[in-house]
Design a protein around this ligand. Structure first.
Ligand code: MF3
Ligand code: CO
Ligand code: CO
Length: 263
């Protein structure tokens, strides 16, 4: 298994990562009460296709019908935008963007709050984002992949939330989903050693209640089994000599886009 990208591939992945991040930066101001998730989808689609001359990787992917995923409240991932789904005060939503530019993919997601934040939703989203950031801060050549999952799981469980096991991060490049699988919990079989030039996503899904999930009849929408809230953050990253570069870094994130982790 050779997951290492060439310099010319890395250059294209930087462009694709930046573009995916720009979609999240652009959509923020539109996420407010009375917008439908289909409105959010349409604005992102037009921006990706017409302004950025790129493609949505989600549209048509194994038959997925829309250009982005919008996962509201108890939806864990793969929520399908719908004009009947109206955002309401107090909701939380994950917007997951995957674009293709020059044949290379960029994949990133974050949480947005609609109106006032509840104490629980704020804490859940904070812990989900921090679990991703803690993982990013240990990435470096020479470590086994499972230390990423271990870092995430330990932090999330210390905070009395749970990690979804059914979905994982992934290698990414010319293909949307490539080797390796990046688990968000500790599994010693997830033991490939990180090397400079690898590119993959880390995208922990964190539940307020039980970790169990259930796929709905539409074949896509995944909800928490106990209907508790769920939150997710995702970045596409490049393993560098001493740490990692966040290819999908958004302006104003409270972490460095280039992390130096090796002592
Ligand atoms: N963006 C998701 C991921 O992080 C996958 C979405 S697949 C779709 O891997 F078909 F639902 F769009
Ligand atoms: Co992904
Ligand atoms: Co994604």
């Amino acid at each position: 298994m050779n997951c290492i990208k060439t310099d010319s591939e890395i250059k294209k992945m930087r462009t694709s990562g930046r573009l995916a991040a720009e979609v999240l930066e652009m959509i923020e101001k539109y996420i407010k009460p009375n917008m439908s998730t289909e409105d959010i989808n349409q604005i992102c689609h037009d921006f990706i296709v017409h302004e950025k001359k790129a493609l949505s990787a989600c549209l048509g992917y194994h038959g997925f019908p829309k250009s982005i995923c919008t996962s509201v409240n108890d939806v864990v991932c793969h929520g399908i935008p719908n004009k009947k789904q109206i955002l309401q005060e107090g909701d939380i939503i994950n917007v997951d963007i995957t674009i293709i530019k020059n044949n290379y993919h960029g994949d990133t997601s974050k949480m947005f709050f609609i109106g006032k934040k509840s104490i629980l939703s704020q804490r859940l989203c904070k812990v989900a984002q921090e679990s991703l950031y803690r993982a990013l801060k240990i990435v470096q050549p020479g470590i086994p992949l499972y230390t990423i999952g271990e870092t995430i799981q330990n932090y999330v469980e210390e905070n009395d939330f749970s990690v979804v096991k059914e979905y994982c991060g992934h290698g990414i490049g010319r293909n949307f989903h490539e080797e390796p699988h990046v688990l968000h919990y500790k599994n010693k079989e997830n033991n490939i050693i990180l090397k400079k030039g690898m590119i993959f996503t880390i995208e922990p899904m964190i539940n307020a209640g039980s970790p169990q999930v259930k796929c709905m009849k539409d074949g896509w929408t995944v909800k928490t089994k106990d209907r508790s809230l769920s939150a997710q953050y995702e970045h596409t990253i490049l393993v560098t000599e001493y740490g990692c570069d966040i290819l999908t870094y958004q302006k104003n994130e409270k972490i460095s886009p280039k992390l130096v982790n090796k002592k």
